[in-house]
Design a protein around this ligand. Structure first.
Ligand code: CTP
Ligand code: ZN
Length: 152
């Protein structure tokens, strides 16, 4: 029997198959960390999963994600699926996809990089490897460490 832990939502987005322990980072990306949240958000941590043993889930009511938010989520939860819910039905399901080139969503860790200069240019990182995720700055070549801390 499939146990239902949290009620289905009527409209919004379910971010599913987030690796266990990563839901907080997804909340951070979505800006759901302070008082000005304006949607109902359910967070499920460490729930049983068919595909892997455990997963996290984030349900955001009455909101569909911007492509840039999906790109950011792909960097920290590469197996996540984005389900769009309308009138209780899953009308769209897609797996996040790591962009080959990430533009304007990450900051370079090199303080001397031109992208960190006084009048910065838009950052650009090229995907070197998917698993583990490795990205390098197109401007200075430095490989990005601690990806989550460098998401803009
Ligand atoms: N969901 C929800 N509210 C709805 C419909 C679905 O919260 N009105 C949630 C489900 O609980 C599930 C996710 O959205 O976690 C995706 O729904 P569905 O595609 O029906 O589930 P699965 O087939 O199990 O998804 P997958 O194959 O991606 O694992
Ligand atoms: Zn750089």
């Amino acid at each position: 029997m499939k146990e239902i832990k949290v009620a289905p939502i009527k409209n919004g987005t379910v971010i599913d198959h987030i690796s266990c322990g990563t839901a907080f980072k997804v909340l951070k990306i979505l800006g759901i960390t302070d008082a000005n949240v304006d949607s109902t958000v359910s967070v499920l941590i460490h729930v049983p999963s068919k595909k892997t043993e455990w997963k996290d889930m984030v349900k955001v009511e009455d909101k569909e994600l911007e492509p840039i938010e999906v790109d950011k989520i792909s960097l920290i939860a590469p197996d996540a699926t984005i389900n769009i819910i309308r009138n209780y039905e899953v009308v769209e399901k897609k797996r996040v996809e790591l962009p080959d080139v990430a533009i304007g969503i990450l900051e370079c860790g090199n303080p001397n990089c031109v992208t960190n200069a006084k009048e910065p240019v838009k950052t650009e990182f090229v995907l070197k490897s998917k698993s583990p995720i490795r990205l390098s700055c197109s401007y200075c070549g430095r490989e990005l460490e601690d990806i989550v801390d460098h998401i803009i």
